[in-house]
Write a protein that binds this ligand. Structure first.
Ligand code: IPE
Ligand code: IPE
Ligand code: MG
Length: 230
């Protein structure tokens, strides 16, 4: 296990990409890849909070992913239902708070209800916060915050603007990991990642192991974060 120390990131964000390609390589339907992805996600988050990380934000569904074929979305929504219905209590027992960022109005209403129930049940967990980005887009997040600022009718500074984002009360990600070989941010936490360290893995998400995560922590610990200073 990675050592908890001053160089342990407080907030790690992960773009969980590659479920479809993982399945394709095994001649399985894409839905099997998503199922394997959720299974890996549950096991990995357990490990993440053991390393001393306090916030873990996982990109599970982007605003743009909602344009995928009906059939795929149906499968994904089914997995979200299962996840929230059967994991909230487990997370509560482990002291992990669950939070969802994203536009819930883009999802079937019953999923929104399950999400709110899961958030309430796990509220106040002291070990860490698991944030799922579902129906989330970085640009949409920024636009909503900008519109809120306009509604308030007063110029805002960086701190106030940050607080208007869906991640409002959380620290910015220290480390952003993307699995699945692609070297892009795909509309994830655009404002929040201004000074995050990036780590890209060639592994597809279902095969991204706890040890792979530790490798990313090790790489992070060796980075020199200057924030523009000398
Ligand atoms: C990431 O895996 C999960 C979601 C976007 C829902 P993908 O479904 O994008 O998998 P690939 O990129 O097609 O392999
Ligand atoms: C990013 O993956 C979104 C999630 C992992 C939820 P995509 O598969 O949607 O990204 P692109 O389309 O390859 O940029
Ligand atoms: Mg993808």
């Amino acid at each position: 296990m990675a050592e908890v120390g001053a160089n342990t990131p407080r907030h790690v964000a992960i773009i969980m990409d590659g479920n479809g390609r993982w399945a394709k390589k095994r001649l399985l339907p894409r839905s099997a890849g998503h199922r394997a992805g959720v299974k890996r996600m549950i096991a990995l988050t357990e490990h993440v909070f053991d390393t001393g990380v306090r916030y873990c934000t996982l990109f599970a569904l982007s605003t743009e992913n909602l344009n995928r074929p009906e059939e795929e979305l149906k499968g994904l929504f089914g997995l979200f239902r299962e996840f929230f219905a059967s994991n909230a209590e487990t997370l509560r027992k482990k002291g992990i708070s669950l939070r969802v960022i994203g536009d819930l109005s883009l999802l079937p209403a019953d999923i929104g209800t399950l999400i709110r129930a899961g958030e309430e049940r796990t509220a106040g967990g002291e070990r860490g916060t698991l944030v799922l980005a579902i129906g989330y887009g970085g640009r949409q997040d920024i636009l909503a915050a900008a519109n809120e600022a306009v509604r308030r009718g007063k110029e805002v500074d960086e701190e106030t603007f940050s607080s208007l984002l869906r991640t409002g009360d959380m620290p910015a990600p220290d480390l952003l990991i993307r699995t699945g070989k692609e070297l892009r941010i795909s509309n994830f936490l655009l404002w929040q990642c201004a000074y995050s360290e990036f780590y890209f893995s060639e592994k597809m998400f279902p095969e991204f192991t706890d040890e792979d995560f530790d490798e990313a922590l090790k790489a992070y610990a060796a980075r020199d974060r200057r924030f523009g200073k000398l």
